[in-house]
Design a protein around this ligand. Structure first.
Ligand SMILES: Cc1ncc(COP(=O)(O)O)c(C=O)c1O
Length: 434
């Protein structure tokens, strides 16, 4: 029964294109509307309980309505402080961040990951006096002009491996082809050649240490170390986008795992366990360019450091700092990985369950993906069969075959078993049809 969602969609679509406020929420025949969330579950408008394996696009690491986060946010609401003023919670959240991120410099808050990347690029352009930006093929860094390029490119947009195409991911962007250089992820030689060729024009290289918006494609250590050396040599600001790796791979994020420290880092998502807060952290001399006293790079925003968002971040970071959440998520993921491996062998359906820190992606491939080009070879129809089986079991998985599913610390072994039971149904179906 989806009567209530269908009715809501009919009402919403009168005034809202597609009836949704973010394209990725759209679904056929209509999107679902949700009324409540708790722990690992969400309830739709028809009263159906779903096991949520999307978790706010990966942001709700601690589970929906986490008691500590809820208490902090309701406390902030009771105090009446919304926005436009600084609060002790913001000070405390920053101190917690400084304690868990290795080689922490300075930080400022924004609201969304997109804004954080915009701020990072403004700093990079100012300090280098250069305009252009490099990013990896297939990576997503938000929806503004120079980086909303080459995200989920189609096969005909790829171009040569050593010189990937620069396809805009939306209409209405400014001259992205002139602003952006797309580099092939995990191909250090080709990346080096492109960075050297454009060194005089490049302000920044923005890179996600693991491409999680296309599932889970980790950089090799050699690639990240190589990027650090190259950008140092060429005077390009190295920006790590840790929106999704941040706090999931380790309390100190990918930087802690890889031992590579960038010039600037963007955080968001798990930082506020679902509340809208993001941050840019970076070397002191870079962040000083945004100092209200004498720093020429502006940093403003009505909602920056919003009372409820900083309260959420303060409470979330207190939990994330211990490392227990990350260890628990890796244990759950281990069980899921073993389960998929067993199903793969039993039904002779090749699948690689990639992931860490609770992010996971079943790739219907024979081996792990090291780049967007490899990841996009996943069998989309097989993924659709898996997703349909999950849906029959009232489990939410991402709609696209190249996106990331996510567990939270509210998920249990029983939830993993439920997901594996749905997967078994899908694998049986797939093996019958091969
Ligand atoms: C790696 C990465 N960077 C940036 C963004 C943009 O963040 P936001 O949606 O908060 O603007 C996202 C969002 O999905 C992301 O996954």
């Amino acid at each position: 029964m989806t009567d209530a969602s269908a009715a809501l969609y009919r009402r919403a679509a009168v005034h809202v294109p597609g009836g949704v406020h973010s394209d990725t929420r759209f679904a056929q025949p209509h999107p679902r509307y949700f009324v409540r969330a708790e722990g690992a579950h969400v309830w739709d408008a028809d009263g159906v309980r779903w096991l949520d394996c999307t978790m706010g696009n990966g942001s709700v690491l601690l589970g929906h309505a986490h008691p500590d986060v809820d208490a902090a946010v309701t406390g902030a609401v009771r105090d009446g402080l919304t926005t436009g003023l600084e609060t002790p919670a913001a000070v405390s959240a920053v101190e917690r961040l400084a304690a868990i991120v290795p080689d922490f410099g300075q930080v400022r808050f924004a609201n969304t990951g997109t804004e954080a990347v915009m701020h990072a690029l403004a700093i990079a352009r100012h300090v280098t006096g250069r305009q252009r930006v490099a990013k990896a093929e297939g990576a997503y860094h938000g929806w503004f002009d120079p980086v909303w390029v080459s995200t989920w490119p189609t096969a005909d947009q790829l171009g040569p491996q050593s010189r990937p195409g620069v396809p805009p991911s939306s209409a209405g962007l400014s001259a992205v082809t002139a602003d952006t250089v797309v580099v092939p992820f995990n191909d250090l030689d080709a990346t080096a050649a492109l960075l050297r060729e454009h060194a005089d024009e490049l302000a920044a290289l923005v890179v996600e240490p693991v491409l999680i918006d296309i599932g889970y494609v980790p950089a090799t250590s050699a690639y990240l170390r190589g990027l650090r050396e190259l950008t140092d040599e060429l005077g390009i600001v190295l920006v790590f986008d840790e929106l999704l790796t941040g706090f999931r791979l380790a309390p100190g994020g990918a930087r802690e795992v890889y031992g590579v420290v960038p010039d600037l880092t963007t955080y968001g998502k798990a930082l506020g366990n679902g509340y809208p807060i993001a941050a840019v952290e970076g070397r002191r001399e870079l962040m000083a360019t945004t100092d209200p006293v004498g720093g020429p790079v502006g940093w403003v925003g009505t909602y920056n450091g919003h009372g409820s968002a900083v309260a959420a971040a303060d409470a979330s970071l207190a939990v994330l700092a211990t490392g227990e959440s990350q260890a628990y998520l890796d244990k759950l993921l281990g069980t899921l990985r073993d389960g998929f491996a067993e199903l793969s062998a039993r039904y002779s359906i090749p699948v690689v369950l990639a992931g860490a820190g609770g992010h996971f992606q079943p790739y219907f491939l024979t081996g792990p993906a090291g780049s967007y080009r490899e990841a996009m070879r996943t069998d989309a129809e097989r993924y659709a069969t898996l997703r349909a089986a999950a849906e029959r079991h009232h489990i939410l998985l991402p709609g696209k075959p190249l996106l990331h599913a996510a567990l939270s610390t509210a998920h249990t072994d029983d939830d993993v078993s439920a997901l594996l039971a749905a997967a078994e149904e899908a694998f049986a179906q797939l093996s019958e049809s091969t």
